[in-house]
Design a protein around this ligand. Structure first.
Ligand SMILES: C[S@@+](CC[C@H](N)C(=O)[O-])C[C@H]1O[C@@H](n2cnc3c(N)ncnc32)[C@H](O)[C@@H]1O
Length: 416
């Protein structure tokens, strides 16, 4: 099976493997794409790769491994910080290990009552592990500083939060406290093991010939980033799919442990509002204006088709108890991506290439030809021909109805 569009292979790759990001794609594949494009263009000076949906930083790490400059945009605050930490792989590994040990030592010396945690957190950890998690969190809070060593020590904590939980995690990273694992490690031991693994990976990467030329910005790709116009040779990315996956909710456990969110409202204001609208939870306020959004000139290239799909989804919604606003989500999803294409066109040099790893979808069983619509929106923004290269078939089961619409995933290539 072609696994290039999945994160699976990254679990063996240094740095990539620190944080298991199920929404990611293969680092090796990204490196191959970048290297081929760079060589095909004759290794031009100032060559730059952009990933407007950086996720766990796969593209930028691959660019560092190829020795070319790159920039990533990631507007999910937790994921953005994980990226920044991974891209600090060039930090002195011994200084980082010493910082990690210092934080673990401080955690062991703390003897205080627990912070108050939401029920999800209490359900996910044994009392012993929650105590150690709480002490590590406090040790991190007390030693907080603006240094790469600290950032790496912080990410080591975030990276172990799933492995020391007895709760199962669904394919898409949701936490299932009802499905319990038989054995989990002690938190402090897991933390120190993670520090060791990360230090080893950093030394490996530093000796591999990689160049640290990457950057990540806490940027919403729908907004224009200044100073990038005409700078980019290759866009390599994977946007959220229009399949109702909630990137905000997927990190609820981590955000709750860190004390960044207290409840649903914080998740919306801190995270969801910054993201492309690819889940129905993000669009309830906009629902009354769904048909006005369809009239936005940015959607003109697909106007009649999206209107038809939207009406069919809205009608189908009546047959389902959950009454999800998929029809609104689909409209806003394409509107958001149309904005992204306008920005990408401005950033890209003539002769650039754009690759979107993308899957199509069928909310409530109504098929949405995502690759074709995105290709046409990109053309309307000024890109040239597009082609879709399928890598695998998918069959996502929608919560409220098992539809049989065949789905696919692959690369949408667009000429700049
Ligand atoms: C499919 S994932 C990318 C995975 C990445 N290729 C990897 O290998 O880790 C899409 C990412 O886009 C981010 N995202 C969603 N909306 C965004 C926006 N408007 N601007 C920037 N990033 C956004 C999400 O938080 C998510 O991490």
């Amino acid at each position: 099976m072609d696994t290039s569009t999945t994160f699976a292979d990254n679990l063996k790759l240094p740095i990539h493997r620190w944080y298991r990001y199920t929404a990611g794609y293969s680092g090796q594949w990204a490196e191959d794409v970048i290297r081929q494009d760079y060589e095909r263009k004759g290794k031009p000076k100032g060559y730059k790769v952009l990933d407007p949906f950086a996720g766990s930083g796969t593209t930028m790490l691959a660019a560092d491994q190829t020795g070319v400059a790159s920039l990533g945009f990631e507007s999910h605050p937790l994921v953005n910080r994980i990226d920044a930490a991974k891209l600090s792989w060039n930090t002195d590994a011994l200084a980082f290990a010493a910082k990690g040990q210092e934080i673990a030592d401080l955690a062991m010396s703390i003897d205080e009552p627990l912070y108050e945690y939401p029920p999800l957190v209490e359900k996910c950890y044994s009392p012993e592990n929650l105590l150690e998690i709480d002490h590590l969190r406090k040790a991190l809070e007390r030693t907080k500083e603006d240094s790469p060593e600290y950032l790496l020590a912080w990410v080591a904590f975030v990276c172990i939060l799933r492995s020391v939980s007895h709760a199962g995690t669904a394919t898409w990273q949701y936490v299932l406290p009802s499905r319990t694992k038989a054995k989990v490690s002690d938190t402090l031991k897991a933390y120190l093991r993670q520090i060791d693994l990360m230090a080893d990976d950093m030394i490996f990467m530093q000796n591999s010939g990689a160049l640290k030329l990457s950057q990540v910005a806490a940027q919403d790709s729908r907004e224009r980033y200044s100073g990038l116009d005409g700078e980019v040779n290759l866009v390599l990315t994977s946007p959220p799919y229009a399949n109702n996956y909630d990137y905000a909710d997927a990190t609820r456990l981590e955000l709750s442990v860190l004390g960044d969110i207290k409840g649903w409202g914080d998740l919306q204001s801190l995270v969801r509002g910054n993201l492309v609208r690819s889940c129905s939870q993000a669009v309830s306020k906009e629902k009354p204006h769904t048909y006005e959004f369809i009239e936005d000139p940015l959607l003109a290239p697909i106007h009649d088709e999206i209107l038809d799909v939207c009406k069919r989804m809205e009608a189908e919604r009546e047959n389902h108890g959950g009454k999800k606003n998929y029809h609104t989500m689909i409209v806003l999803y394409f509107l958001d991506l149309a904005k992204v294409f306008v920005n990408l066109r401005a950033y890209c040099k003539p002769g650039s290439r754009v690759c979107f790893v993308i899957g199509d979808s069928a909310p409530y069983g109504v098929y949405v030809p995502v690759d074709d619509w995105l290709g046409r929106l990109a053309q309307a923004a000024g890109f040239g021909d597009y082609t879709f290269e399928k890598t695998r078939d998918r069959n996502i089961k929608w919560k409220n109805r098992k539809h049989r619409v065949p789905l696919k995933e692959g690369y949408l290539w667009m000429e700049g």
